[in-house]
Design a protein around this ligand. Structure first.
Ligand code: ZN
Length: 204
């Protein structure tokens, strides 16, 4: 079981890494860790803060709807509105961690392929949890919106257990895994795969 203090420290450290990659510009993006599965409780990075400078206390505990629960150390901290989609993804996929960043390549890829981004025959697919050969991976794309229930329904409609990512058009990407480390490894590889696919299309 992950304690809130452990989760807060891990979320701050991971956020700093993503900020260093330029994937959490401004105060954008958010990361979460599942604290309890039943009832679902997630520790989510607090809203409106610079993600390079979070402390272990800059975390909010939310329920399955993304609403802050009252019994927590910092009930004054606001969760991001996007916490609702984190919770939905964790509930549907059974993931232990969900990461959401505003990297450029996922948004460009969603722009080019709004019906889903197809990836295949690339070694880096192994890092995304798929095969390097003869395995067509389609990363789903959903339209952007501010209602997390609508986004959550769109996510669930296109969900496949073997594809741990969701592109939100004109917005960013969600990736999930058993823990924050696995989610980051998958996101790092997916970002490379998307960048490759975009560059190859441009230069062909
Ligand atoms: Zn976002």
């Amino acid at each position: 079981m992950t304690t809130l203090a452990e989760a807060g420290a891990a979320l701050a450290a991971e956020s700093a890494r993503y900020a260093g990659l330029g994937w959490m510009r401004g105060t954008s993006g958010n990361l979460s860790v599942v604290l309890d599965a039943d009832p679902l409780r997630l520790a989510v990075t607090a809203s409106g803060l610079d993600k390079a400078e979070l402390t272990a206390a800059d975390v909010v505990v939310v329920d399955r709807t993304g609403t802050a629960v009252p019994d927590q150390p910092r009930p004054d901290r606001a969760p991001s509105a996007e916490a609702g989609l984190h919770a939905r993804i964790a509930e549907v996929s059974g993931a232990g961690a969900v990461v959401h960043v505003h990297a450029l390549s996922p948004v460009l890829a969603a722009e080019y392929w709004p019906d889903g981004v197809e990836l295949r025959d690339l070694e880096m697919l192994k890092g995304f949890g798929r095969a390097a050969h003869d395995d067509l991976v389609t990363v789903p794309v959903v339209p952007n919106g501010q209602d997390m229930r609508v986004l959550g329904d769109a996510f669930e409609a296109g969900y496949r257990a073997d594809t741990p990512a969701l592109l939100v058009a004109r917005h960013g990407v969600y990736v999930w895994g058993a823990d924050l480390t696995q989610a980051r490894h998958r996101l790092e590889c997916l970002e490379w795969l998307l960048r490759f696919t975009i560059e190859r299309t441009r230069t062909r």
